[in-house]
Design a protein around this ligand. Structure first.
Ligand code: NAP
Ligand code: F7E
Length: 343
């Protein structure tokens, strides 16, 4: 009988980690999710798979700390994973301007710690690094694997360094270590302080009477947004490719934050200008990435990967999910919206 593959996932409690774990469990993997200690147990996104798979030993959770090399090495030595997905990071670009040192420690040095431990203890393990389109920074679109990196934030800098660390362990030490350079991807599981989820969640709060306005920063910046479910499929495909390489995953489309707002408000026939304030200084960044639009032709050709969701479907799924959190379906929300428009 074929043995189940064993995968480690850091960041399993996050958006991508939770979808990736679901995908790998369907593929019959045994998963080890590596968690940090938090004062409130933060397992909401993986509660369903815990209920289903923990008892039967297919999903195992372990505490570790990304700043503590031995906590990572001990687990690698004990469980000898076939694949290691490093998704944990301080992933908020805006907050990284205030926590630069910690961002570098978690996002950059942890990558080094993990790869060094794989090299010393279990060289056969394949490694995936969650690299980011934020690394391109001010390089004009379209951006692909050959574009230069011009990061504009501590987050971007941390990811560029981790990208090169991954490449270094591949080239100098022969590890199967690949970077996925992923453009923005969202879902109903997106954290509440990223702009897309902030918009859909705050709109649900406005309709349910909890808020009056959505306060945003610069809404003229442009992003290439996909769905996390499509992107975790691509992440898995990157590690199944015959050799370690770096791949861009993106939709190839580019919209402003204003376009995203308009799409969401249109679902409820509301005029967004009545509910959104912009250029709020709390959400402006010292330097911005103005426009991201990925060219993912390499992944489409070599991995046969392509995204299935478009932005309209993504907006709708996110809004419906947030309406549901506040006890509304679409019809009820439309009725409330109509009343709000008249006032
Ligand atoms: P996310 O929802 O913010 O999840 C981040 C995960 O990292 C969470 O599980 C978090 O744990 C964990 N984490 C943060 N700091 C940690 C620490 N000090 N020790 C241990 N774990 C820690 O991010 P995501 O959207 O899923 O993104 C996954 C990865 O892809 C990240 O590396 C991100 O930088 C990268 N990326 C994301 C995008 C995107 O658009 N989503 C695009 C390109 C690259 P807690 O739950 O305890 O906070
Ligand atoms: O901002 C602008 C903001 O925080 C998008 C992370 O997953 O993708 C993500 O980083 C844009 C920026 O995502 C608000 O200034 C306006 O121009 O949703 P975001 P991000 O910075 O693109 C990359 C690829 C990653 O790798 C990251 O991990 O929206 N914006 N007003 C705002 N942004 C936020 N968060 N909040 C606002 O109120």
């Amino acid at each position: 009988m074929k043995k189940n593959k064993v995968a480690f996932i850091t960041g399993i409690t996050g958006q991508d980690g939770s979808y990736l774990a679901e995908l790998l469990l369907k593929k019959n993997y045994i998963i080890h999710g590596l968690l940090r200690r938090t004062s409130i147990l933060n397992i909401e996104r993986i509660q369903d798979i815990i209920n289903k798979y923990e008892k039967i030993g297919k999903l195992n959770l372990h505490y570790m700390d990304l700043t503590d090399t031995s906590s990572i090495s001990n687990l690698i030595i004990k469980y000898k994973p076939h694949e290691f997905y490093n998704l944990a990071s301080m992933s908020h670009v805006g907050i990284s301007f205030y926590t630069g040192e910690a961002t570098l420690n978690i996002n950059t040095l942890a990558t080094y710690r993990i790869l060094e431990s794989i090299l010393k203890n279990h060289k056969k393990c394949k490694f995936y690094q969650a690299s980011s389109s934020e690394m391109f920074g001010s390089t004009p679109p379209p951006q692909n694997e050959k574009s230069s990196f011009n990061p504009q934030s501590p987050y971007g800098i941390s990811k560029v360094s981790a990208f090169h660390i991954t490449k270094y362990f591949r080239q100098a030490h022969g590890l199967f270590a690949s970077n996925g350079i992923l453009f923005n991807h969202e879902s109903p599981r997106r954290g509440l302080n990223f702009v897309t989820r902030k918009i859909t969640h705050s709109l649900a709060r406005i309709l349910s009477g909890h808020e009056k306005k959505i306060h945003l920063g610069d809404i003229s910046t442009r992003r290439d947004w996909g769905h996390s479910k499509d992107y975790v499929r691509g992440i898995w495909m990157i590690l199944q490719y015959k050799k370690p390489e770096d791949f861009v995953l993106s939709t190839g489309k580019n919209y402003s934050i204003e376009d995203f707002i308009k799409k969401v408000f249109k679902i409820l026939d509301l005029n967004w200008k009545d509910f959104v304030t912009t250029n709020n200084k709390n959400f402006l960044r010292p330097s911005e990435v103005r426009s991201l639009q990925g060219d993912s032709s390499k992944a489409r050709k070599l991995l046969k990967w392509k995204p299935e969701y478009d932005l309209n479907a993504l907006c709708r799924e996110m809004l419906l999910n947030d309406l549901k959190l506040y006890g509304m379906n679409l019809e009820e929300a439309k009725k409330i919206a109509k009343k709000l428009s008249k006032n």
